[in-house]
Design a protein around this ligand. Structure first.
Ligand SMILES: [Zn+2]
Ligand SMILES: [Zn+2]
Length: 619
């Protein structure tokens, strides 16, 4: 029998992945030899991999689960509840597991609190060859008689009840690996525990799923709320305090998955809020609520994006500000009132030199280099590549005019190659995409719901109509989002908070994700694609309150998950076009003088006339 067995993943990923060691406690040599621990670990792994987010194809490749066996002199079933528990375990098991560690505030022993020698567990695992970098630990205690578990610096669980102990193990991993707090209100046993109110002068829970403030403005999980803002907080406040506050009558009936603010969490009935009616952190057998699941996804690793402090840099007065080139190292600013455009290096914004129009010059000696006019009135200005050359497609909403501009080889001049007459079909949104290697664009009209696909065969003639789709009316943001090299388009309706993701093919589209109402908040004015570390993300921005957040797009376009907030840049519409205009995006800073390249989210604020750049690092 091996001491170490990989059940998920492999040794090469221990240090970079999310690595959980499952350790035996109270298994005798005979138990181990007859495969009892192997069977128990398999049950646990089956449960783990059936629980979102662990079961998702994006997440699975990041996970390692390792069985680490250690024999005990006695079976875990010899472990009895003692009150109080002795200093040292008298039960002769490998890691000293015992029940009943803590007491309720009223002094009643909490029997289910199973614990043991955390240090000894960690050291035992990390001593094994190749396991020095293991970051998470679950101990399965071979006791089928007493229900018990805990999740501090090591997660512990017994095997009682036989049908649900694996659910309990995943709940404890929620504590141990994701810093989640319990979402249930009792402290001792659920049925005879007194009602408690969280003292108002106590500092807030550090857990991401429990909060003192239940109002939306201060809510920790505000960006994940699915209920209408007027339904947050979601439960009825009661005086005196009661257990299990009812949901406000006006909202009932309510689904367990609806995210709001429900009073009663972390062993208090009043004064602390949880995100959902139910969750694995409240009832072991449930799935994680959307907030806890999102926290899990973030913690598992690769989705973790860390924003640093933002810089605000003067940028001039424009209607469009966007990055371009493959490496996002240049910025293109355009003013549709004057027709003027200006091209700058991204790193130029950090310097103090500016052209009279407010943008950093490409050349100190020739500040006009990179400036010119592409004509007034364009509402859309979107890049595409034709025969290896970067171009921009322009469209005017109210006339239907369309134009194309080729970028010269130095990427400092836009050269007109095509202009259509007025009177063409007009689009409220224009996005470019690559289908089977060929440049295409989609013109969407939010008043009719029509989305017309065109192929761009040449930069000197009208694009070729391919098909017209019906997407429904009222989408206020349309973003082209290549995922794993395939063309997708994400749309959002500000009125309903709906998000849809369509995979685009020449005959039309396949819907890969269609959210419920209020999937996202109903105040987002800007959405933009951000490719980071080989993955596709969406930047969400609300110009009314300056809030920005980052969302990961799942493989095959099957969903979008919150990753992190970006520090707010202050309110103020980033351009007067507001909805849909690309004034949010990714800018990258190649080394001007040999320093390290970094990626940032930028927001152009038309009122402040500056660019806010928040550097991001991906783990
Ligand atoms: Zn718990
Ligand atoms: Zn939860």
């Amino acid at each position: 029998m091996n001491v170490v067995d990989f059940l998920v993943g492999d040794p090469s990923r221990v240090a970079t992945g999310w690595t959980l060691a499952v350790v035996s406690e109270g298994y005798t040599e005979r138990d181990l030899n007859r495969g009892l621990f192997a069977k128990d670990v398999s049950l646990f792994v089956a449960k783990l991999l059936a629980t979102p987010p662990f079961n998702h194809p994006d997440i699975l490749p990041l996970i390692n689960v390792i069985k680490v066996s250690e024999k005990s002199q006695n079976s875990g079933n010899e472990i009895e509840l003692r009150n109080p528990p002795p200093e040292e375990s008298p039960f002769h098991t490998a890691f000293g597991a015992m029940f009943g560690r803590k007491k309720t505030p009223e002094g009643v022993q909490i029997r289910r609190l199973l614990y043991g020698d955390n240090r000894k567990v960690q050291e035992f695992v990390r001593r094994q060859p190749g396991l020095a970098a293991v970051n998470y630990f679950l101990v399965i205690v071979n006791n089928t008689k007493i229900y018990g578990a805990s999740g501090g610096s090591v997660a512990w669980t017994s095997k009682n009840p036989a049908t649900t102990w694996t659910d309990t193990a995943v709940h404890e991993i929620g504590h141990h690996a994701f810093n989640l707090d319990d979402e249930y209100p009792y402290s001792g046993e659920s049925d005879n525990d007194p009602i408690r109110t969280f003292p108002a002068d106590t500092s807030d829970s550090t857990a991401p799923n429990v909060a003192k403030a239940g109002d939306l403005a201060k809510l920790k999980w505000a960006s994940l709320v699915t209920l209408h803002p007027s339904f947050v907080p979601t439960t009825v406040q009661t005086s005196p305090c009661v257990r299990n506050h009812p949901v406000k009558p006006s909202i009932q009936p309510i689904g367990e998955e609806e995210i709001g603010a429900y009073e009663g969490a972390a062993h208090f009935d009043c004064g602390l809020y949880r995100p959902a009616l139910n969750c694995k952190m409240r009832e072991d057998r449930k799935h994680f609520c959307r907030v806890c699941e999102a926290v899990g996804r973030i913690n598992i690793g690769h989705y973790m994006v860390t924003p640093s402090d933002e810089s605000a840099m003067a940028a001039g007065a424009w209607t469009h500000v966007q990055s371009f080139l493959e490496d996002n190292s240049r910025m293109l600013s355009y003013n549709s009132d004057t027709g003027a455009y200006a091209i700058s290096h991204t790193h130029g914004y950090f310097g103090s030199e500016r052209r009279p129009d407010g943008t950093p010059p490409l050349s100190r000696t020739n500040p006009d280099l990179g400036t010119g006019s592409i004509g007034q009135g364009w509402t859309w200005l979107v890049p595409f590549t034709l025969n290896g050359t970067l171009h921009h497609l322009v469209h005017q909403f109210d006339s239907g005019r369309l134009g194309m501009f080729k970028t010269n080889e130095f990427a400092n001049t836009l050269i007109p190659t095509f202009a259509s007459p007025s009177g063409n079909v007009f689009h409220t949104h224009v996005v470019t995409l690559t289908i089977d290697g060929a440049a295409h664009f989609i013109g969407y009209n939010r008043f009719t719901g029509d989305a017309s696909l065109f192929r761009i065969d040449s930069d000197s003639s009208d694009p070729t109509p391919v098909t017209t789709m019906q997407w429904g009316r009222g989408h206020t943001s349309v973003v082209s989002v290549p995922i794993d090299g395939e063309p997708f388009v994400l749309t959002y309706r500000i009125a309903t908070g709906e998000v849809m993701i369509r995979r685009i093919t020449p005959p039309g589209f396949t819907m890969t994700f269609a959210s419920k109402l209020n999937f996202w908040v109903t105040n987002l004015t800007h959405l933009s694609l951000l490719e980071l570390g080989g993955r596709s993300y969406i930047i969400r921005h609300c110009a009314f309150n300056g809030r920005t957040s980052l969302h990961h797009l799942r493989a095959s376009g099957s969903g979008a998950d919150f990753v992190c907030g970006i520090p707010p840049s202050g309110s103020g519409a980033p351009t007067r076009f507001g909805v849909g205009a690309p004034a949010v995006g990714k800018m990258s800073f190649p080394p001007p003088t040999g320093s390290v390249t970094f990626d940032a989210v930028f927001l152009y604020n038309a009122i402040q006339q500056n660019i806010h750049a928040t550097p991001l690092s991906v783990r």
